[in-house]
Design a protein around this ligand. Structure first.
Ligand code: MG
Length: 166
C-alpha cells in the first residue's frame, strides 16, 4: 500500500471590533463569535489548513497557489467549495483519504459543542465516513496571539492511500 502524509497550518485574525450578531465559519459550520475573522474568503481557518494538508501530501503546493486571494472569483467564497475541489484533484490523481486529524488553537469561542457538526460537515464534503475525521480544540493557556484572542490557528494532518486498481 502506498501512503502519503501531509500537514497544513493556517491562521486568521479576529476583527478589532465586536458585533452583536457576529459569527465565524469553521469547517463549514457557522459558530457564534463576538468578532468576525478577517479574510478574503469566509475565513474558514480549519478548511484552509485541511486543504493545505491534502495538497501537501501530494506535493501540490498550497491553497494560495491553487486559489489566489488576488483573484476576484474567490472573494467571499465558501471554503468548503475549495475543499471539494482539492479533494477532487486528490482523487483524480489516484489517491483516497485515509483520515485527517485537525487541531484548532483558540482561546475563544469554545468549539467542543460544535465538533460533531464540523466532523459531519467535513465528512460530507470529502465523501468519507465521519470516523475518518478527527477535530479537536485547545487553548494556549492565555499565551501568544491565540491566547490574547487576536486570532485562531489551525493545524491539520491528512493521510492518503493509493486507490486500489481495478
Ligand atoms: Mg486562510
Amino acid at each position: 500500500m502506498q501512503l502519503r502524509i501531509g500537514n497544513g497550518y493556517d491562521v486568521h485574525r479576529f476583527a478589532e471590533t465586536e458585533e452583536p450578531c457576529a459569527s465565524i465559519t469553521i469547517g463549514g459550520v457557522s459558530i457564534a463569535s463576538k468578532r468576525r475573522l478577517l479574510a478574503h474568503s469566509d475565513g474558514d481557518v480549519l478548511v484552509h489548513a485541511l486543504c493545505d494538508a491534502l495538497l501537501g501530501a501530494l506535493a501540490l503546493g498550497d491553497i494560495g497557489r491553487h486559489f489566489p486571494d488576488t483573484d476576484p472569483q474567490y472573494r467571499g467564497i465558501r471554503s468548503l467549495l475549495l475543499l471539494q475541489l482539492v479533494m477532487k484533484q486528490v482523487r483524480d490523481l489516484g489517491w483516497d483519504m485515509v483520515n485527517a486529524d485537525i487541531t484548532l488553537v483558540a482561546q475563544e469561542p469554545r468549539f467542543a459543542p460544535h465538533e460533531l457538526a464540523i466532523r459531519q460537515s467535513l465528512a460530507t464534503t470529502l465523501g468519507v465516513e465521519i470516523d475518518q475525521i478527527s477535530v479537536k480544540a485547545t487553548t494556549t493557556e492565555g499565551l501568544g496571539f491565540a491566547g490574547r484572542k487576536e486570532g485562531i490557528a489551525c493545524q491539520a494532518v491528512a493521510l492518503l492511500q493509493r486507490q486500489a486498481r481495478a
